[in-house]
Design a protein around this ligand. Structure first.
Ligand SMILES: *Cc1c(COP(=O)(O)O)cnc(C)c1O
Length: 394
């Protein structure tokens, strides 16, 4: 049976070039980067080289890049750090969107318990924040605006540059969770007025447990981990040298091939949309233009998303219905509810996230099995029967 991996928003395959670059630092090059002898300094130089590679892709200074254990850590650090800075000035209001990743939302709900107030911006039916809503929400008390670059479930891309410009004008810090965007769409932190940005290696073909926070020079974020002087003393602990080296190689490789990748992947994605839209009682989630090249998200009425995933799995297809973190819970995705879907519709969601390795044959395999699976599930569904009865009455 054909195996089709279509869950690149959950994680990606490690690139062979990344593996190759990492191996020396797991074998003969095991020195500690903090050691003064040449053997250690070689590892130190490898880290600084990777830091430069990240800075080159983001358009910032190397000294503004801090390596972390991933996207969640970078999100927690940026948001908590900005909150602490704000509280010192008596500013305890934060603005975000309703469709953020749980790494952001759960950090914010903890801050709410600690006395901060949070405004959750609407994203409307297209899944996109309105800049004028950000403007209306900003008060004298606002210390941080955190809006994700691109959404992990519906792939919508936010007006980051415009939000950044507004925050700059108002003197409010602006953080963006760009975990889904880095490596896939062009980002320039300076031109886009971004103060802090989170990224994660395993979403662009580096290994799991690697990531970084870009933090503009001059923002005195609280140290995340106390200890040694690694990461300018702000995030102590002996560095994950192979992981960091791999992240540098991966981000460079993605940047070099960004345009051709986007063109190829979005063509496959559009083929999927075209085919799957022929299924009756279906809808596309999120804006069709302002979205990530590889993101496909649709809802099929009268279908239970989890069952859809199991049947697709039996046909060799790895897919997702919403975010991995919500799978297994009965609540529908907060993202799909935020774009105005009813609970029962949101339950029938399917996310396919394509990557550079996917082929037209992969897409055709999915389109070959999907309509039959939807039909079978509908034939077993009391909800579908109900929908049909209502239609017949009308
Ligand atoms: C995957 C993801 C994260 C978490 O990144 P990890 O490296 O897995 O901690 C955060 N935000 C978004 C939007 C993501 O897709």
């Amino acid at each position: 049976m054909r195996f089709v991996y279509a869950d690149n928003a959950a994680t990606t395959k490690v690139s062979p070039k990344v593996v190759e670059a990492m191996i020396p630092y797991m074998t003969e090059g095991y020195g500690n980067p903090s050691s003064l002898y040449a053997f250690g300094q070689k590892a130190h130089r490898a880290i600084e080289n990777a830091r430069q590679q990240v800075a080159d892709v983001l358009g910032c200074d190397k000294g503004e890049v801090y390596f972390t254990s991933g996207g969640s850590e970078a999100d927690n650090w940026a948001i908590r750090g900005a909150a602490i800075l704000g509280a010192k000035k008596g500013k305890k209001h934060i603005i975000t969107s309703k469709i953020e990743h749980h790494a952001v939302l759960h950090t914010l709900s903890k801050l709410e318990k600690e006395g901060f107030t949070v405004t959750y911006l609407d994203v409307y039916e297209n899944g996109i924040v309105k800049v004028e809503d950000v403007e209306k929400a900003i008060t004298d008390e606002t210390c941080l605006v955190t809006v994700m670059y691109a959404n992990n479930e519906i792939g919508t891309i936010q007006p980051i540059k415009e939000i950044g410009a507004l925050c700059k004008e108002k003197g409010v810090l602006f953080h963006t969770d760009a975990v889904q965007a880095v490596g896939h769409v062009k980002i320039d932190v300076k031109a886009e007025n971004i103060d802090m940005l989170s990224l994660s290696g395993h979403k662009f073909h580096a290994v799991k447990g690697t990531g970084a926070l870009y933090c503009r020079k001059g923002i005195r974020l609280e140290n995340l981990i106390e200890g040694g002087s690694q990461e300018s003393g702000r995030r102590a602990g002996t560095e994950n040298v192979p992981g960091i080296v791999g992240l540098g190689v991966a981000i460079t490789e993605m940047a070099e091939h960004m345009e051709e990748n986007a063109e190829k992947v979005s063509a496959l994605r559009d083929r999927l949309f075209e085919g799957a839209s022929k299924i009756s009682h279906s809808r596309i989630n999120g804006d069709t233009e302002k979205r990530l090249p590889g993101n496909f998200s649709m809802c099929f009425e009268g279908v239970e998303g989890e069952s859809l995933l199991l049947y697709l799995d039996m046909q060799g297809v790895c897919a997702s219905s919403g975010s991995a973190c919500t799978s297994g819970s009965l609540d529908p995705s907060h993202v799909l509810l935020a774009i105005g879907l009813k609970h029962e519709v949101a339950h029938g969601s399917l996310r396919l996230s394509l990557g550079e390795e996917n082929t037209q044959e992969d897409v055709d395999h999915i389109l070959q099995v999907l309509p039959g699976i939807v039909e079978r599930l509908r034939n077993m569904s009391p909800l579908w029967e109900h929908i049909m009865e209502n239609e017949n009455k009308a």
